[in-house]
Ligand binder design. Structure first.
Ligand SMILES: Cc1cc2nc3c(=O)[nH]c(=O)nc-3n(C[C@H](O)[C@H](O)[C@H](O)COP(=O)(O)OP(=O)(O)OC[C@H]3O[C@@H](n4cnc5c(N)ncnc54)[C@H](O)[C@@H]3O)c2cc1C
Length: 382
């Protein structure tokens, strides 16, 4: 029986493991993750702004995997010994015949001085809770010093879908906290900083709905602002102007997880770039990749494909099929990227949906996003 080891229990890893086990019952599949839960990241913004609890976005990995006869090792992966086909973790070494690297991404600070040290990020449930606790602690301090109250500035850097959604949710959260702590709303301000001159470059209508929402929420949007350095409580721009803030959140981008290291450069999909449209390592035909850890390049539009949960799931399923095909000595299938929808919830009541040039907005889009979360969680738990 072939030993299949999946690194990472995120969207890509879970999709791979469940599909292999479903299609190839006589297989040994083990998932390794440093956390014992799977995170539904699209809900993290709501967790950071107190709208939902942890239970609504974390799913216990050992419970869902053991139900399907899939092994789970809760440990951090530190190294892959490709020559001897061994994964080295903090707890033990695990041998494999086939390996799937789906360990996601990490925050990209683009070497901006002080960015990592002096800002919050939003990648995990712990990050979300840190943001929420910090904001609440700040309000407790503000409430004590009502006489000499400074303005509370909260700044988000990066106006992509995550930055916009988080700005809207946090603005809503600050309104609630102002009421709870009896603080004048005018004493708080949310700023959203973006390097490029346009918000969300998918589509003009999409961009203008998002802008209108941010304006209505009183969020100050600063486009064309290049951050040069982040100090404690201060953002310095390349024209030497600055903005002071008690809370700075960096949502400026991601890069493939470090563990992928040098090998990342040799693993790619889509013809033409570096290698293999089968999501298979060119250096080692028993290693495959899925999700944010892969750099996908679309030759047609000459752009790197945006990473998202749906792409990770599709890649995970393809990797599962290709491993089965390799075991059965069949031809591998190539990865064809799709035009995935983008849904951004704007506060607690509305959302915008973009797909392939079409834009919809309204309360029903917000319900749709909540329904997608419920359906996804149900589908992997059942
Ligand atoms: C705040 C936020 C909001 C988002 N919103 C959306 C959205 O609305 N829609 C959408 O489609 N996408 C969204 N995304 C993007 C989406 O989360 C990613 O594209 C998706 O998670 C990628 O799946 P993955 O399997 O590659 O990685 P992940 O889901 O990140 O999984 C990687 C797994 O690897 C594990 N891991 C990493 N390193 C190690 C190690 N050394 N040892 C052991 N385990 C390790 C991690 O614990 C994790 O469980 C959002 C992302 C964030 C951060």
């Amino acid at each position: 029986m072939k030993k299949i080891v999946v690194l990472g229990g995120g969207f890509g890893g879970i999709a791979t493991a469940l599909r292999i086990k479903k299609k190839l019952n006589n297989s040994s599949v083990t998932v390794i993750d440093k956390n014992n839960y799977h995170t539904f990241t699209p809900a993290l913004s709501k967790l950071a702004s107190g709208m939902i609890s942890q239970e609504e976005c974390l799913i216990n990995l050992s419970v869902i995997l053991s139900k399907k006869g899939i092994g789970f090792l809760n440990s951090e992966i530190t190294e892959i010994d490709v020559r001897n086909k061994i994964v080295i973790t903090r707890k033990k070494k695990v041998k494999y015949d086939f390996l799937i690297k789906s360990i996601g991404s990490e925050t990209n600070f683009f070497d901006i001085a002080g960015a990592e040290k002096n800002s919050f990020v939003l990648k995990t449930a712990i990050d979300a809770i840190n943001i929420r606790n910090h904001i609440e602690d700040t309000f407790k301090i503000l409430a004590k010093n009502t006489q000499k109250q400074d303005k509370y500035n909260l700044v988000l850097i990066g106006a992509g879908p995550v930055g916009i959604e988080l700005a809207g949710d946090i603005a809503h959260y600050l309104e609630d906290l102002c009421n709870i702590f009896n603080i004048n709303h005018h004493k708080t301000a949310v700023h959203l900083i973006e390097k490029s001159h346009q918000l969300l470059n998918f589509n003009k209508k999409f961009s203008s709905i998002a802008k209108q929402f941010l304006n209505e929420k009183g969020i100050s949007v600063h486009t064309g602002k290049n951050v040069k350095e982040i100090k404690k409580g201060r953002i310095i721009f390349d024209n030497e102007t600055h903005l002071d803030a008690r809370t700075i959140i960096w949502v400026g981008g991601i890069k493939p997880n470090k563990l992928i290291g040098e090998e990342k450069a040799r693993l790619c999909c889509i013809k033409g770039l570096i290698s293999n449209e089968f999501l298979q390592s060119v250096a080692n035909e028993n290693i495959f990749e899925a999700g944010d850890a892969v750099i996908c390049y679309d030759e047609e539009i000459h752009k790197q494909i945006i990473h998202n949960a749906q792409a990770a799931i599709d890649q995970g399923k393809l990797v599962a099929d290709n491993i089965i095909r390799r075991i059965e000595n069949k031809k591998l299938k190539g990865y064809v990227p799709k035009k995935y929808p983008v849904i951004i919830t704007l506060g607690d009541k509305t959302a915008i949906f973009y797909i392939n040039g079409f834009v919809f907005s309204g309360r029903f889009v917000s319900w749709l996003k909540a329904a997608i979360r419920k359906h996804y969680i149900y589908s992997i738990k059942r």
